[in-house]
Design a protein. Structure first.
Length: 359
């Protein structure tokens, strides 16, 4: 038997995408965001049976060639674990980042692991770590170069924590994706938590049954919202109100808000039942990103190659929804894979002598 054959399967779930349960992911993002360190500090609360937690990732925008650096370590053992991977350029974080798959070492005292990671394994054992699970930072069709490392001081697997751990890693990836927008989201997250009654079932009544709430919530930008089927109408009304306030006339604000609603409805129906909406203003455009953690959009559903191409009777009906979104916006960008989908919509806001000019 070769060394490679003696090493256990590195992916606890085979080829299953590592992106956790959608509802769990967005709950973690909403509760502990917008700073990724806030989520990491809550790791012992979210994953109470885990001994230690570390996060290593490359700087946002640096690309895959830049090696991950330590962003967080929960204790001294985790700090030493992350440092050893950087020093030796090997270990579970490096493998998870390179392959995009979870890496699990249930007993680092076994000789196959020392052969695989000859520098990292002794350092990990010296730090008091005997089991490690590294989860890649890949969620919502965005991949970051790095991993969340979970460790235990004794041998053993991570089966009991695996689903929640993957949700934690996906939430970490989402908060890292938030950093790339280079905006201050603290106020938006605070307002979203304050206004959560518009998004969730409140006092037994759905948000749909409480239309007045739409005018009670913030119209500040940037805006962050987490939605499900019950909150679609309320979020659409809020987006419409913000679009009008920020300069879109009714003739443009109404179709734009409908396009946002269509994107959210697609996320609810096909993306795990819930999703995230981000809205901000930059470079004379109103931008809106809708994200989900579903199975991705099939190629047959994606819009035609050139913008504005009206769909024919052929193809799945979902393509018509994307065409409607495309027609209502100045731009539409879609990224999608097995970990989810991200739609980025924008509408140009221009003024000439105090009047809005057509896009």
């Amino acid at each position: 038997m070769t060394d490679d054959q003696q090493i256990p399967d590195l992916s606890p779930e085979g080829d299953k995408p590592c992106h956790g349960n959608a509802e769990q992911v967005w709950h973690l993002v909403k509760t502990y965001g917008p700073e990724v360190t806030g989520l990491c500090r809550a790791g012992s609360t979210v994953l109470p049976s885990i001994g230690g937690l570390g996060l290593s990732t490359s700087p946002i925008g640096a690309g895959l060639p830049v090696l991950p650096r330590t962003r967080f370590s929960s204790d001294r053992a985790s700090e030493l674990l992350e440092a050893a991977q950087h020093t030796w350029n090997e270990g579970p974080c490096r493998d998870a980042a390179a392959t995009g798959r979870p890496v699990q070492a249930v007993d680092l005292t076994g000789r196959p692991w020392e052969r695989r990671w000859p520098g990292f394994t002794p350092a990990a054992l010296d730090a008091g770590v005997q089991a490690v699970l590294a989860l890649p930072l890949h969620a919502g069709a965005v991949r970051h170069n790095g991993a969340v490392d979970l460790s235990q001081p004794r041998p053993g697997g991570f089966a009991a924590e695996y689903t929640l751990a993957t949700a934690f890693a996906a939430a970490t990836a989402e908060l890292l994706s938030l950093e790339r927008l280079e905006l201050d989201w603290l106020g938006a997250f605070t307002a979203a938590r304050r206004d959560s009654d518009i998004l969730d079932v409140a006092g037994g009544a759905t948000a749909e049954a409480r239309p007045a709430l739409a005018s009670e919530t913030t119209t500040d930008l940037p805006l962050a919202r987490w939605f499900d089927r019950a909150s679609l109408a309320a979020v659409r009304r809020q987006v419409h109100g913000i679009a009008r306030k920020r300069g879109l006339p009714g003739a443009a604000a109404y179709p734009f808000s409908l396009a946002v609603h269509e994107a959210m409805a697609n996320a609810v129906q096909h993306g795990g039942g819930c999703g995230q909406l981000l809205l901000w203003l930059r470079d004379d455009r109103l931008w809106c990103e809708i994200s989900d953690h579903g199975p991705g959009i099939p190629d047959a559903v994606l819009p035609r190659s050139h913008p504005g191409h009206a769909p024919t009777g052929e193809g799945p009906p979902e393509r018509h929804g994307l065409w409607i979104i495309e027609r209502a916006c100045t731009s539409l960008d879609i990224i999608t894979d097995a970990t989810g989908t991200r739609l980025l919509l924008s509408h140009r806001i221009e003024y000439l002598n105090g009047h809005h000019t057509p896009r």
